[in-house]
Design a protein around this ligand. Structure first.
Ligand code: NAD
Ligand code: AKB
Length: 313
């Protein structure tokens, strides 16, 4: 990785991945791009450009003009917003990806594509969900994720593009707010706990979901992209996980630090249905075996760090 492009760089993952890549590969070698303007302070630490990934010519031009050899393609519409705007989710997630894949083929770029627990549906076992399981997602977001996994495999097999990817669980982080997903409660709860000592949760008390803290998510992306390609059998869509909990369990852990914190529930039927269709805990043994994946943050360590970081904001 010498010249890197991050699409969707202002988002929850991009704001932190851009900084992590700049500190490892040099600020001038990591071009951040987003459809939105760079108001975010982390974007000001290096080059930034406006880029709509649906514009094939613009994607090609940015890659060519900047001699890009590696793309972290993060631009997407997430699960909850996707259900409200399914055509937009398909347009950004699929047309954006095909443009980035085509540009990667032409300019021989390596490509990172993040899939999600959303790529599974109710047909797969929700506990210990295998790497190779039935994938019949019920959301447009999930459908774009499975299609994206398959397209990345296709571009590798047919055109030799070095595509690699992860199935992330819900990500928890303190820098940028999440962008309209179903697991967003697990970030929102920290801000509410610190500000008003109470959180009204949109998922049921016992909704168990797979989760990961952002430092592990960044580590997973960079480790996979720098792994020895000869050892990768799956390449795309590796299950990775770090922790798995319910809103009730997360609230109890927060109460160890803020005893007066309380939680109540006002269920959003849309996001509850989405959450009920997703894995509670994936099996990530393929990632462990093929490129040495290992998470460092469990739930108590994540909660302690999140509270410290958000209190300092
Ligand atoms: P986010 O919503 O926070 O950020 C997405 C970014 O894409 C935003 O900054 C948005 O402005 C940008 N964008 C939207 N449309 C665009 C377009 N047409 N052209 C260019 N940029 C555009 O999302 P995130 O949480 O950072 O997720 C990044 C990727 O990781 C997505 O593919 C997402 O599906 C995947 N993922 C995220 C999570 C999570 O919990 N955050 C979990 C699993 C997978
Ligand atoms: C969402 O909830 O949409 C994302 C995801 C798990 O893909 N956080």
């Amino acid at each position: 990785m010498k010249k890197i492009l991050v699409t969707g760089a202002i988002g929850q993952i991009g704001s932190e991945l851009t900084i992590a890549l700049r500190s490892q590969y040099g600020a001038e070698n990591v071009l951040a791009a987003d459809i939105r303007p760079a108001l975010n302070e982390s974007m000001q630490s290096g080059p930034f450009c406006r880029l709509d990934v649906r514009d094939a010519a613009a994607v090609n031009q940015v890659v060519e003009a900047n001699n890009i050899d590696t793309i972290f393609h993060l631009a997407a519409v997430l699960s909850a917003i996707g259900e409200e705007k399914p055509q937009q989710a398909w347009d950004v997630n699929m047309n954006g990806l095909i443009n980035v894949l085509e540009t990667s083929r032409v300019h021989q770029c390596a490509l990172f594509f993040p899939s999600s627990i959303a790529a599974f549906g109710t047909g797969a076992s929700s506990l210990d969900t295998p790497q190779d399981a039935i994938q019949r997602p019920t959301t447009i977001y999930g459908i774009t994720k499975v299609s994206g996994e398959l397209l990345c495999d296709y571009y590798h097999h047919c055109f030799g593009v070095d595509t690699r990817g992860l199935r992330y669980p819900g990500l928890i982080s303190s820098k940028a707010l999440p962008g309209g997903g179903t697991t967003d409660y697990a970030v929102d709860i920290f801000y509410a706990a610190i500000k008003i000592r109470h959180y009204e949760c949109f998922l049921r008390t016992d909704t168990q979901l797979d989760m990961m803290y952002m430092p592990d998510a960044l580590d997973a992306a960079i480790s996979l992209m720098t792994a020895d390609c000869k050892k990768l059998k799956h390449r795309n869509a590796f299950n990775v996980t770090a922790m798995s909990f319910t809103p009730q369990q997360l609230a109890a852990e927060i109460q160890k630090h803020i005893p007066e914190f309380t939680i109540s529930y006002s269920i959003d039927p849309l996001r509850q249905a989405i959450a009920d269709s997703w894995p509670r805990h994936m099996n990530d043994s393929a990632a462990r075996a093929e490129w040495g994946w290992q998470a460092h943050f469990d739930m108590p360590a994540m909660v302690k760090d999140m509270l410290e970081k958000i209190t300092l904001k």
